[in-house]
Every structure is written in C-alpha cells, then in structure tokens.
Design a binder for this molecule. Structure first.
Ligand code: DHB
Length: 308
C-alpha cells in the first residue's frame, strides 16, 4: 500500500500526524514528533509573546474524552522562527500553527513565520480557552477579514483550523468564505469549546480555569468531527483538501475520517495519552483496514462514504 498523501502540493509520508496543541510546545517535544512515525510535525499554536498558559489542573481525561483549558502555553513565535529550520531537517512536512490576540498580532507572526518557510501554516481561528477572546471562526465577518489580510502576507500554503459548526447554514457560510479567501486546506475540528465535566465523587469541576469550562476532545467528539469533515467535503468537492481532527483512537476511526472526506488526520487526545507510539499503532491498524478493503492507498478511500 502507498502510505503517502499530498495536501496543497506537499507530500506527507503518512496521513497521520499530531494535532496542534498535543505535546508540541517545546523543542524536545517537537523533535520527538520528528523522530516518530508522525506524518508531519505540527507546532503548538504560537502567540506573539511566550505564555505559561492557564493555572492547573488544565487538561484532564474522563471516560471516552478529555477536557482542556491550556490557555495557549507556548514559547512565543520568535522561538519557533529559530526552531523551524531545524525541524525541517527531519524531512517531513512542518506545519506552523499560529494564533494572535489581534489582527496585527496574527499578521506579525504570519509574516515572520512565512519567512522561515514551514511547509504549511495553520491559522487557528478556534481557540476556546482565552477569557475575553471569543472563537474567531464563530464571527464570520471578522474571520473573513482576518484570513484575507493574512493571505496577503503569506506565500506558503495556508489553512484554517476551524471549530465545529452545528448547522448547515453555518457550513455553507464558512465554506463560501474559505473559497473566497484562497485557503489551501482546512483542519476540522478543534476541540468542542466550553464543555463542562463534573467529578461524581467530589461534586466539583475537573479543571481549574474558567470555572471548569473547557474544550472537549477524545472519542466522544468523533461524530461531530466526522459531520464537519463531511459537510465541508461536500461543499469543496475536492478543491480544498481537509485534514480531519477529532475522536481518533483506532485505525477504524481514521478510515471513517477518510470516508467522510479527510485527506489526512491529526491526533490530539490519543497522542497525549499514548505518546509517539500511537502513530505506529494507528498506521498499522489503518493499513490493515485499507488492504482488507482492496484499496491501494488511503487516498483511494477519501470521500467514498455511501449514503442511502
Ligand atoms: C488552546 C486550546 C485550543 O483548542 C486551541 O485551539 C488553542 C489553544 C489552549 O487552551 O491552549
């Protein structure tokens, strides 16, 4: 089976990579991803200044899911400007995830990062965890203005990291915007923002920031992730490739993301829980399924979901 995939003209050795945020803040973590079977190295969303993030506990698992309110801990974009050339030596695509607290910050970071030539840039429009900063992608006008301005300063392939949408009218609207803004790919979905998990033993919330509200990940979010991959795939008809994110724990979960229309996938909670070995296991499990289906590559499954 041919394990490689192509997204926005960039060849990936496999379709399985880490999700932004999962074990990808420090040089050591990013190098561990470089040394793993991950098909790319995706950075934590970087901000203008270095950040320690929110108070702990800020990431906790519960049955079939995780909740986090990390608060964008990262080294600040300048550290990643210095790191990216080294990360490119691992000979797999490097995806720089960027996040700003204003359009000016996004533009400064995007300009500086573009200059060191990551293979792709992922624009995070969907961080749910910063008080006073709503998820940009839920404000369609602001999102379009921001993407248009970033497109003007970025020469590398760039994509948008989107939150889940829950109504077809919103899929329609965002898909139209993304086509107008010239994005080269999308990654869907970010965590389902502002969930609340309660510990039945203590009657208490399980993470400290924001009174216990945080982004949900893990197996419980897979149906929402698949729906969003499918909704955008139907609207893009192959013109904008999709990286599927959300709820992947097994090769079968990856295969379902491919059927829904993802060309590649990112692993968040399962990578945090299992470490770099998760990429080996998932690749084996996916290969078994793809071969059993009689396909020559994962790409052959993309968008092949049957409807009644
Ligand atoms: C964080 C969480 C996210 O889901 C995201 O997109 C960006 C940042 C965080 O809390 O660090």
């Amino acid at each position: 089976m041919n394990p490689t995939v192509e997204i926005a003209g960039i060849t990936f050795p496999t379709c399985i990579m880490n999700a932004a945020g999962a074990r990808c803040v420090t040089a050591e973590e990013l190098e561990a991803i470089g040394n793993s079977r991950s098909g790319a190295i995706v950075t934590k969303s970087m901000t203008l200044n270095a950040r320690d993030g929110n108070p702990t506990p800020r990431y906790v698992t519960f049955p079939h899911g995780s909740i986090n309110s990390m608060g964008l801990p990262n080294l600040g974009y300048q550290a990643y400007v210095d790191l990216i050339p080294r990360l490119k030596e691992f000979k797999k695509p490097v995806i720089a995830s960027i996040a700003g607290f204003s359009p000016a910050e996004f533009l400064d970071i995007a300009t500086a990062i573009d200059a060191v030539k990551p293979d792709l840039m992922e624009i995070n429009l969907s961080c749910p965890n910063i008080e006073g900063h709503p998820q940009i992608a839920y404000d369609f006008e602001t999102a379009e203005q921001l993407l248009t301005r970033i497109r003007n300063v970025v020469n590398r392939p760039m994509g948008a990291k989107l939150p889940p949408y829950f109504d077809p009218a919103h899929h329609d609207h965002m898909a139209t915007i993304l086509k107008r803004c010239g994005v080269n790919f999308i990654s869907v979905i970010n965590s389902i923002g502002n969930g609340l998990v309660i510990n039945p033993e203590t009657d208490a919330v399980i993470i400290k920031p924001k009174g216990g509200f945080g982004g949900l990940g893990g197996a419980i979010i897979k149906p929402v992730a698949l729906a969003n991959v499918r909704a955008f795939a139907l609207r893009f008809q192959g013109h904008i490739p999709i990286i599927g994110v959300g709820g992947i724990e097994t090769g079968q979960d990856i295969y379902e993301h491919l059927l829904a229309g993802a060309s590649a996938v990112q692993i968040g909670t399962a990578f945090v829980e299992e470490g770099p070995q998760v990429f080996v296991r998932l690749e084996q499990e996916l290969t078994t399924i793809v071969e059993r289906k009689g396909l020559r590559s994962a790409t052959e499954a993309v968008g092949r979901l049957k409807e009644f």
